[in-house]
Design a protein around this ligand. Sequence first.
Ligand SMILES: Cc1cc2nc3c(=O)[nH]c(=O)nc-3n(C[C@H](O)[C@H](O)[C@H](O)COP(=O)(O)OP(=O)(O)OC[C@H]3O[C@@H](n4cnc5c(N)ncnc54)[C@H](O)[C@@H]3O)c2cc1C
Length: 391
Amino acid sequence: MDFLESEEHALLRTSIHKIAAKYGHEYYARESRAGGKATALWKELADAGFLGINLPTEHGGGGLGIYELSLVCEELAKVGTPFLLLIVSPAICGTILARYGTAEQRARFLPGLCSGETKMAFAITEPNAGSNSHDISTRATRDGEGYRLNGTKYFISGHDESENVLVVANTGPASQAGRSPLSLFVVATNSPGLSATPIPVEIQSPEKQFTLFFDNVYVEATRLIGEEGSGLKQVFTGLVPERITGAALANGLGLYALEKASRYARERKVWKVPIGAHQGIAHPLAKAKIEVEQARLMTCKAAWLYDQGLDAGEAANMAKYAAAEAGLLALDQAIQTHGGNGMATEFGLADLWGMARLLRTAPVSREMVLNYVAQHSLGLPRSYGEKRGDA
Ligand SMILES: Cc1cc2nc3c(=O)[nH]c(=O)nc-3n(C[C@H](O)[C@H](O)[C@H](O)COP(=O)(O)OP(=O)(O)OC[C@H]3O[C@@H](n4cnc5c(N)ncnc54)[C@H](O)[C@@H]3O)c2cc1C
């Protein structure tokens, strides 16, 4: 076992950091507040090859893994410039397309994601199904050479800046266990019949959130990814990287907050000594540091398992849980350490609260991770859904 980061990875971190630090949190916050997309930063990341770092080289990607993509996510968040769309576009959509797309589909959709010219949103959540993805009611029905999609998707990040959205739809009658066969479609965001309304949220990020309405949207069969009805397995191929990169983002936010807090605690003097000399300030920061480092270890493990082709579901869930809690703790303590300044825009902390807090709920909620661990890691009976009482 080797816990030392390789020279290549250290170099990768430095290169990402150099680009992100050139822009910094002020740029990110200004763009987010003004409804901008932080396009200049996104483009530089694309030009350096970081957006498709986990995608196949034949389509312009870096040919590396989810570990390397998680480094991109962490390093960006570490300077206060986190992108939610990295978790969606290359981590979920790119992974699924690379694994299950036909040669024609890969050649059609992946080069744009790698070059940064196009982005792909991801739509599974629905207003009524919530965390129960088996219950989604967006339906795709056969129509000649293609399909017709009808239904509503909720909280879809970055729909307005994406050329396509990868939609999870129900394509058949539910099984006796109540599970519907799911299928995945790459739908052009400008398709006739597809409309979107923004959801106002208290999160400052370049990505905005949308409700999508599919009203008899026609989708060619060439846009069905993988086999009809086998979408659930495909979705999980993408959701594990989503959890790992989401964890990396939360870890990066934790490091960002701790760096700011410890600097402030060394410099700010009240009662003639730096506030960091008081254990009331030092200990909570030390605790947050320990928890962020623990979460980073679990995130590395999950990424490593995934990249080795091993089952990373449990580790990814645990990493996402630990990282979200640690990132939030670190940010909260950083705000507290700054006293009143913790709330001042200039200090760049409180505006990240919405993003850090979101990660406790999405991409998978804290409670659903606890359900998973209780059931799969501890063998406890399932408390909900069609298999209630049946471990
Ligand atoms: C900013 C933002 C961006 C998002 N981006 C996307 C996106 O791009 N694409 C997409 O498809 N989705 C996206 N989502 C949706 C997100 O994944 C869901 O909000 C999340 O999975 C929780 O689902 P829900 O909101 O329906 O909550 P619900 O399922 O309604 O749950 C409500 C509460 O009940 C708890 N709960 C539910 N079931 C159980 C249970 N069995 N046991 C214990 N507790 C339970 C939950 O943990 C939660 O606390 C986004 C959400 C947000 C807020």
